[in-house]
Ligand binder design. Structure first.
Ligand code: URA
Length: 218
């Protein structure tokens, strides 16, 4: 049983403290905090995307992960299932997480800049991104990752708060504006690579850099 399952099992029987050597430390329940956050947002009507969405799609995965992946917004399949990156782009992302990072999807945390599907999968507008930004900011505050990996320019813009050219900045690291200890790494969106298969090589290279960065930080 891993630490995450152990903590869950203990919490299920009402044990919320773990004895860690010298002192008792309270394990902060990030799952609970994220559930509460979702409860606050699940009926959100801050922008027009609520009119066409099936549901708000919250982040998914391990809130104790050192890395958070951020995409643009849910697509058709994500909107149906209520989970981010479960379509074709998600399958490629899962594959790269396994093959290049040596991790499993369940080990990392995956979310989007916008939590509702834009009609016909168009890019979210600046107004929609701004309306949704407190949700992502709070997720990052709860998870406190070492690295945020932005998948594509829109994700990078949502996280860094400025427009950028992904071909210029991919593979590079920037400080997260709200907590400069956190590193923001930028790479291509897997959907772009599905449309341009020759770029898979570049995406893989970036994931290897990401692995290196993770090993330096842990
Ligand atoms: N593309 C995204 O940016 N996010 C998803 O959740 C799925 C596809």
């Amino acid at each position: 049983m891993g630490i995450e399952e152990t903590v869950k099992a203990l919490q299920a029987i009402g044990i919320n403290e773990l004895y860690l050597g010298e002192k008792m430390e309270q394990k902060e329940d990030r799952w609970k905090l994220l559930r509460e956050l979702y409860e606050q947002w699940k009926d959100c009507k801050r922008c027009d995307l609520h009119k066409s969405r099936t549901q708000v799609v919250p982040g998914d995965g391990n809130p104790y992960s050192p890395i958070v992946f951020v995409g643009e917004a849910p697509g058709e399949e994500e909107d149906k299932q209520g989970k981010p990156f479960v379509g074709r782009a998600g399958q490629l992302l899962n594959k790269l997480i396994e093959e290049e990072l040596g991790m499993k999807r369940e080990d990392v945390y995956i979310t989007n800049v916008c939590k509702c599907r834009p009609p016909n999968n168009r890019k979210p507008t600046p107004i929609e991104m701004k309306a949704c930004s407190p949700y992502l900011r709070k997720e990052i505050e709860i998870i406190k990752p070492k690295i945020i990996c932005c998948l594509g320019a829109t994700a990078g813009e949502g996280v860094l708060g400025k427009s950028l050219k992904i071909t210029k900045v991919r593979g590079q690291v920037f400080p997260y504006p709200y907590d400069p200890k956190i590193k923001v790494f930028l790479t291509y969106h897997p959907a772009y690579v599905l449309r341009n298969p020759k770029e898979e090589k570049t995406l893989r290279e970036d994931f290897r850099k990401l692995r290196e960065l993770l090993s330096q930080l842990s």
